[in-house]
Write a protein that binds this ligand. Structure first.
Ligand SMILES: *[C@@H]1O[C@H](CO)[C@@H](O)[C@H](O)[C@H]1NC(C)=O
Ligand SMILES: *[C@@H]1O[C@H](CO)[C@@H](O)[C@H](O)[C@H]1NC(C)=O
Ligand SMILES: *[C@@H]1O[C@H](CO)[C@@H](O)[C@H](O)[C@H]1NC(C)=O
Ligand SMILES: *[C@@H]1O[C@H](CO)[C@@H](O)[C@H](O)[C@H]1NC(C)=O
Ligand SMILES: *[C@@H]1O[C@H](CO)[C@@H](O)[C@H](O)[C@H]1NC(C)=O
Ligand SMILES: [Zn+2]
Length: 949
């Protein structure tokens, strides 16, 4: 299956933020997307003895048999270490597993067929027993469907009777995946101090990753989220390894007899849960844990070296606090007796909320004091808060089917903002998190191809359909529409509704209509509006509206917002409009028609401005008549504090996006950046830098760039100076949003040539070079990434070679990633060429880092053409990673007919064929955009900067 292009990009973005905490700092829970990059529909490793039949008309299991509990034995053959001992034959690594399971089920409707799921497994020794009589029921035949149903159909001689209980026993065999699916093998290295000279040795572990439909590849089961059951597991594993699972483990016990190779661990039965939440690991990991005897045992597992070095401490500390917060907030205890979290060297997604055993990528859980950026804590606390919210939303109360995945993901994302704010109040990142999520949703949902948040059940059938639900709509739009609902009914009523809903559905499955009922019941503003009919408009229609207000006559209308100005839709929403004016306190209005309708309250009095959608609590954009835009601009330049912070960021984002959709002039958007001269808050700056990125790509090789740099340099001076004392002394402000802004200020100031910024980065980097040891690197961990890059950009051969040396020396992942990025920042083409050549040598740049390294180089205007020539010359090698992202990155500046023809030639004449459709389409859009906008933008920057230099 090809990658889903847009999604792999999201993943890349999230990863960069995790490892580098880079400039844009769009810390967002996009990070938690369960995006699988490859291989989830891999073909069966073991041929089954049965044949392929045509699938039944529906892809869903019949509901005549209801599972109640499983008793599962799994033997994992994997060695965690392959010990080299002189003259002893080394065992070969074995990637197989085997086991057996008994599933007890209730018959609701008589049948002679048992349907359940099984994929890529060899199955044998089947038997069916009538539980009350104890007699066995003969099996006529069984069939594994080798199609998208993944059904295992068992045909019986006799009929199973309604109201009776039965059990099915079977044995199975399968293979560990090397692509992070189902039960997979993961590798890492460890320092071996046992010999005289320290060496690094390879270690292995096995872990599961079952969401959404991989449980069926581990053992045959009723693998649908509403087929909840209790799971009891026994793992048989090798000596000196530890097995963890959802329940509390007893053991390990020796098998007994002469067998000292194997031991087993018995886990207590899980609560009733969906199969995708089943999990276990076998590893040599160690943990940081609460004292024995605590009511709830909390442990954080990691590589023994990471645990010993204290890298799990931050995660451990916030986990307890977040759990307490949720227990109070939901008024419902976390049910299991233990909560284990484990940092895995390999995992896709970033984290998975398995009940009682949450798995994380290392970057999402491990924090290194003195090495990690302080901002990295934001990623960790946000991801933990999201996964812990799932212990309620997802684990206790689960969506009935994957079409309503947002009941898991949108809710967990939304709840996490409050948890983060409660346990790390000094971070002050709630607004930043929310804006990040809002903009991710806006971006995705403006495409004509977007889908409704709650998809029609019949459209979500195959594993492919289900995977498609893990996207920005589910995670981001889901969270944002909940925020809108909470705002209208009021936080308190909303939270009461949530509590009642959780209690009522604990252990069960829900649909969105169930949730609306509880909010309806909890809300005091009874006749105000109907929750269900209001929310259905936002969850069952794709897209979102733009509300256009003419403040001269009060005429207001709504229409769906599309980037493509020729797209059309008849969608209609009930839109809550909170608004304020320069002279009157905030007020409220429902827009329930398409319009235009005359709304007297929106008529400007005495030439004052009106601002709609206060704090962006509504999921829509706002456009105004030019006069009102002008008044808002004037207000922002005169006294920006009169406009709420979130709106200052949103006005900029709306204006740039309305310009993109051709609903306002691009000069209006640029005019809105004028007030930044006096702005020190992060959100408006973040919004501007993100939106200007496209302008920079289109123009940084043209005559527009000169005046544009002058303009940005002038705009950022105030912000740079505001933080200068901190920056010069290598300290950072208390407030995290200002910490983000400090990085942004250095980035914008230095890259646009502010002399004091360039002097500062050169000096700090030179200090490090003279001290010549990482131990005396005095650059604050927050600022390393940006200072390394800017110092290499401002420097020459010496700085570059020092960075290269440090890159080779460092064993710390985040330091290495920062340096790898910094090396791409030099302006010297001969160094960039040398760096490109290094990407062909896996001893210098690992294969998995090749695409991102080339993209870093292409991101540099001086490296763009070199990178384009380079990937064409070495396509076979460089396309091994993620060719889509690579091509998209390297061609992101393409905006001429000549570049388009080069690209088309390359795409049609290369082997393997480049996935170029996206890049071609984007180039065509760019050509058109530059043609339409270049002159007016050039004139605008020239006019703005006429008096500056
Ligand atoms: C390994 O085996 C070889 C040949 O069997 C023998 O000569 C040698 O002494 C052995 N080395 C050790 C360390 O036992
Ligand atoms: C390991 O595999 C190799 C090649 O497949 C085989 O020759 C060797 O005997 C195996 N070793 C063990 C201990 O099974
Ligand atoms: C299932 O597997 C376990 C572990 O290998 C074994 O002890 C048990 O006897 C098996 N159950 C049956 C019924 O074969
Ligand atoms: C350890 O390293 C030293 C110096 O490189 C070497 O002389 C010695 O043989 C090594 N010892 C082992 C056990 O490899
Ligand atoms: C707003 O309304 C006024 C008065 O009717 C009209 O003259 C003007 O053209 C309208 N502006 C826009 C942008 O529609
Ligand atoms: Zn999630």
């Amino acid at each position: 299956m090809p990658l889903k292009p847009g999604l792999s990009k999201f993943f890349a973005v999230a990863f960069v933020i995790l490892t580098v905490s880079s400039i844009a700092g769009m810390i967002s829970l996009i990070a938690v997307f369960k995006i699988q990059l490859a291989g989830w529909n891999a073909t069966s490793p073991i041929p089954t003895t049965t044949t392929t039949l045509s699938p039944p008309p529906i892809m869903r299991l019949p509901r005549n048999l209801i599972p109640e509990s499983y008793n599962i034995f799994i033997k994992v053959e994997l060695y965690t270490r392959i010990v080299e001992v002189v003259n002893v034959t080394t065992p070969n690594q074995t990637l197989s597993f085997s086991g057996n399971s008994t599933v007890n089920f209730h018959c609701a409707e008589q049948t002679r067929h048992i349907y359940l799921h099984s994929r890529d497994l060899r199955i044998f020794n089947l038997s069916v027993t009538n539980k009350s009589m104890g007699n066995s029921i003969s099996i006529n035949s069984y069939t594994s469907y080798k199609d998208e149903t993944d059904f295992l159909k068992i045909e019986l001689i006799n009929t199973l009777l309604a109201g009776k209980n039965y059990s099915l026993f079977l044995a199975f065999q399968g293979e560990l995946s090397e692509n992070l699916n189902t039960l997979y093998v993961s590798k890492y290295t460890e320092t071996d101090r046992s010999s005289e000279n320290e060496t690094t040795v390879e270690r292995f572990l096995a872990a599961t990753n079952l969401e959404p439909t991989n449980a069926r590849s581990l053992f045959p089961c009723f693998d649908e989220p509403d087929m909840k059951a209790r799971f009891k597991l026994t793992v048989i594993h090798r000596r000196e390894t530890t097995a963890l699972s959802n329940g509390d483990g007893q053991g390990p016990f020796l098998i007994g007899g002469d067998d000292d190779e194997w031991q087993y661990t018995v886990f207590e039965e899980s609560p009733k849960m969906s199969s995708y939440l089943f999990a276990f690991t076998v590893s040599e990991f160690t943990s940081l844990k609460t004292p024995v005897g605590d009511v709830l045992s909390i442990q954080v597992f990691a590589r023994p070296e990471a645990t010993a070095a204290g890298h799990t401490k931050y995660a451990f500390d916030v986990t307890k606090k977040i759990l307490n917060f949720y227990e109070k907030h939901f008024d419902l205890k976390y049910t299991p007796k233990k909560l284990y979290q484990i940092a895995l060297p390999d995992l896709e997604p970033l984290a998975m909320e398995n009940w009682g055993l949450i798995t994380y990528q290392e970057g999402a859980l491990l924090y290194e004091e003195g090495v990690s950026s302080w901002l990295h804590k934001e990623d960790i606390v946000s991801i933990i808060a999201h996964e812990l919210a799932h212990q309620w939303f997802g684990n206790m109360v689960t969506m009935k089917w994957w079409n309503d995945l947002w009941l898991n993901e949108g809710f967990s994302s939304y709840m996490s903002y409050f948890a983060v704010d409660s346990v790390e109040p000094t971070f002050q990142i709630k607004d930043t998190l929310i804006m990040g999520v809002l903009h991710a949703a806006f971006e995705e949902d403006a495409l004509a191809s977007s889908r409704p948040l709650s998809a029609p059940v019949e459209e979500i059938q195959t594993a492919f359909d289900i995977h498609g639900m893990f996207d920005a709509i589910t995670y981001c739009k889901g969270a944002i529409v909940l925020r809108m609902l909470a705002d209208i009914v009021g936080e308190e009523d909303f939270n009461n509704g949530i509590r009642a809903y959780l209690k009522a559905f604990n252990g069960r499955n829900a649909e969105q209509s169930d949730f609306w009922k509880f909010i309806e019941h909890a809300k005091h503003k009874k006749s105000f509006f109907n929750v269900e009919s209001f929310m259905n408009e936002w969850t069952t229609q794709a897209g979102y509206p733009v509300v256009t207000i003419n403040t001269t006559n009060g005429e207001t209308y709504q229409k769906r917002f599309f980037y493509n100005s020729s797209a059309h839709s008849d969608s209609l929403w009930l839109i809550p409009i909170q608004y304020m004016t320069a002279i009157a306190p905030p007020d409220f209005h429902w827009l329930d028609r398409r319009g235009p309708v005359k709304i007297a309250k929106f008529i400007s009095k005495k030439g004052e401005w009106i601002l709609a959608n206060i704090n962006s609590t509504g999921y829509y954009r706002v456009n105004y008549n030019p006069e009102n835009w002008h008044r808002l601009l004037t207000q922002l330049e005169a006294d920006l504090d009169r406009i709420p912070l979130m709106n200052r960021g949103q006005l900029i984002d709306d204006a740039f996006n309305l310009a993109r959709a051709k609903q306002v002039n691009v000069t209006l958007a640029l005019n809105l950046t004028r007030f930044l001269r006096n702005e020190t808050a992060y959100l408006p700056w973040e919004s501007t830098v993100r939106n200007l990125e496209y302008f920079i790509h289109m123009f940084d090789r043209s005559e527009v760039y000169g005046p544009m740099q002058v303009y940005l340099r002038e705009q950022v001076k105030g912000l740079y100076n505001f933080l200068k004392n901190h920056t010069d002394n290598s300290t950072v402000p208390q407030d995290h949003s200002l910490q983000h802004n400090q990085i942004l200020a250095i980035e914008v100031a230095c890259s646009n040539g502010l002399p004091e910024c360039i002097a500062m980065v050169k000096e700090k980097f030179a200090d490090w070079m003279t001290s010549n040891s990482t131990k005396t690197n005095n650059i604050h961990t927050n600022l390393r990434s940006v200072i390394y890059c800017q110092a290499v950009a401002a420097g020459g051969k010496e700085e570059w070679e020092f960075a290269w040396e440090k890159f080779l020396e460092s064993s710390d992942t985040s330091e290495k990633d920062q340096l790898r990025k910094a090396l791409s920042c030099t302006k010297k083409t001969w160094l960039l060429n040398r760096y490109l050549e290094y990407t062909l040598d896996p001893n210098k740049i690992r294969l998995m880092d090749v695409a991102s390294t080339i993209n870093y180089i292409a991101e540099n205007a001086a490296g763009q053409a070199l990178a384009w020539n380079f990937i064409r010359a070495h396509w076979k090698y460089v396309s091994q990673g993620d060719p889509y992202t690579l091509l998209e990155g390297v061609t992101s500046r393409f905006s001429t007919k000549f570049e388009l023809s080069e690209l088309m030639y390359f795409v049609t004449n290369s082997e393997p064929m480049p996935p170029g459709n996206g890049a071609i389409e984007q180039t065509q859009v760019n050509i058109k955009w530059v043609g339409e906008n270049k002159d007016v933008i050039l004139q605008w920057f020239k006019r703005e900067t006429a008096e500056m230099e």
